[in-house]
Design a protein around this ligand. Structure first.
Ligand code: NAD
Length: 369
């Protein structure tokens, strides 16, 4: 009996459905190559869900997500929905699904394919062979803490308030994800906070140190202030293996790190939650980019970020490392052969379309055996 994995596919808005179509084709090739079966359900999220259900994330969609082994998401958002009430905006669908599935660890790899070293804004020798994993805490910290809001003081001055809170459990669980990942990589973790000026940073450092002492002594741990980390990422990015940090710093540092490697159209991500009763970790995989309304419908979007997000799904949800590696290899080979979508080259005459890039990667994947 072949293994069956249930996957909920949420293409979303804009270029989301275009790039996800290439992943659907690749899934069939992976099924043939590995013998596993993907039981897929398609549904809407974001603006598309608002049009269909009147909400950016319908309850039935969420229920299906909870019963799936993994969720693949394209992108959400678009001008059409910009003036909706806040809770109905497409982006709220994304925030809600992450929150409801308690996806507390966001994994953002920053890898530089050999053939893309020149696309980085840094010198080639600084990024060639770069392979960093940033683990960002995703459901706590200043984006969720209370009190929050905008208030008017007695003298009429307006004041904006946000609160950073972290508790032991929130820090411990994301630290464990980082240490576990490091064990499968170069065995090194750098934990970033601002314990010099923030109490939540002091607690962060203490808890990460305690988890390290008690459970992960074999992994090398260093602590770094987040502002120093931002600087080190552009000075000498290859010094890092796994970086673990809070929601706010992770938001900034992961964007910074990912740009070391070139185009937004190349960047995958994973968001992981707790391990459930069936021994599956709740997980959602999505490209870092948005719905790119400026190019939606033109068939020119780069599908690589979405394809590499699926490769992360194979690796982290289904332990299909060999298939994930093969996808990565296929992407590298296609790029090395000089094939580019418009975002990578900008010349409209020799660009591949979304479909052509997808087909080249799938053909190469199949040839890799
Ligand atoms: P964006 O990532 O959609 O686009 C930024 C720029 O990068 C655009 O010029 C776009 O054409 C280009 N780009 C992005 N992905 C590409 C790809 N795969 N191939 C080629 N070019 C690509 O960000 P934005 O313009 O700031 O936001 C557009 C919409 O997307 C907004 O509604 C925003 O809220 C939403 N958004 C959604 C997500 C998400 O779904 N995770 C993330 C960011 C933004």
């Amino acid at each position: 009996m072949s293994k069956v994995f249930k996957i909920l596919i949420l293409p979303g808005d804009g270029i989301g459905p275009e790039v996800m179509a290439e992943v659907s084709k690749l899934m069939q090739a992976v099924e043939k190559s590995s013998g596993v079966k993907f039981e897929t359900t398609f549904d809407d999220i974001g603006g598309a869900a608002y049009e269909r259900y009147g909400s950016p994330l319908d309850k039935t969609t969420l229920d299906t997500a909870k019963q799936s082994h993994a969720v693949l998401l394209g992108a959400v958002g678009g001008e059409k929905w910009d003036n909706l009430e806040f809770s109905l905006k497409p982006e709220q669908g994304l925030l809600r699904i992450r929150k409801e599935l308690e996806l507390f660890a966001n994994l953002r790899p920053a890898m530089c394919f050999e053939s893309m070293v020149d696309a980085s804004s840094l010198k080639p020798e600084l990024v060639a062979g770069l392979d960093i994993m940033i683990v960002r805490e995703l459901t706590g910290g200043i984006y969720f803490g209370n009190p929050r809001g905008i208030e008017t003081l007695a003298d009429g001055t307006r004041q904006g308030v946000n609160t950073q809170t972290y508790n032991t459990k929130e820090i411990q669980r994301v630290a464990r994800v980082a240490f576990e990942l490091a064990r499968k990589r170069d065995n090194r973790v750098v934990s970033c906070e601002k314990s010099n000026v923030m109490e939540s940073g002091i607690l962060w450092r203490e808890e990460v140190t305690a988890i390290h002492n008690n459970e992960y002594k074999d992994v090398e741990l260093a602590h770094m202030y987040a502002d120093n980390c931002a600087m080190q990422l552009v000075r000498n990015p290859k010094q890092f293996d796994v970086i673990v940090t809070d929601n706010l710093f992770g938001d900034i540092l992961s964007d910074e790190a990912s740009m070391l490697t070139g185009s937004l159209g190349m960047l995958p991500s994973a968001s992981l939650g707790e391990i459930d009763e069936n021994n599956f970790r709740k997980a959602l995989y999505e490209p870092v980019h948005g719905s790119a309304p400026d190019i939606a419908g033109q068939g020119i979007a780069n599908p690589i970020a979405c394809i590499l997000s699926f490769a992360m799904c194979l690796k982290y949800s289904f332990e299909m490392n060999d298939q994930a590696e093969k996808i990565s290899q296929a992407v590298n080979d296609v790029l090395a052969a000089g094939h580019r979508t418009k975002d990578l080259i900008g010349n409209s005459e020799i660009n591949l379309s979304t479909q052509e890039m997808g087909d080249k990667i799938i053909d190469t994947f199949i040839k890799l055996g």
